[in-house]
Design a protein around this ligand. Sequence first.
Ligand code: FES
Length: 170
Amino acid sequence: MSEEKQQVSRRQFLNYTLTGVGGFMAAGMLVPMLRMAVDPVLQESSAGELANVGLAVEEITNEPQRVDWKIKQVDGWYESEVGKSAWVYKNDNGDIVALSPICKHLGCVVSWEGSEQYPDKFYCPCHGGLYYKSGVNVPNTPPLAPLDVYEHKVKNGMLFLGDAHPQGEA
Ligand code: FES
């Protein structure tokens, strides 16, 4: 092979250079775009985390008390604060019970002692739904299922609550 044939022509040199620079620039633009598209999917979800609801375990009695707290919710790129509530008490065994206040009929909010007529039950004012203290729905009232129950744990003497699940589910 002659020395001339091994040399890169001006045209080839320009092609290689432009292809290289173009590819480098395209990668520089594509990587951030890909990262932006995929990043929320790779982020660890805050769902399922238990939140400190600001209630000391020693303050929990056998009388249901309402607890309100806020959690950060991330939906794609949108981050917001969401208010949550629970009815918390200790049952006869001394176990902590945290019930969702959302009525299983049509989603109104139930209250303990919400009705003078039923002082020992959770009462839903929307259609007169009733639940026993355990959260089980009273037969022949509109709700057809028990109140959901929150996952909970105790850490440093404080109550932490997670997601609410239908009773009987883990
Ligand atoms: S929404 Fe509670 S009884 Fe209807």
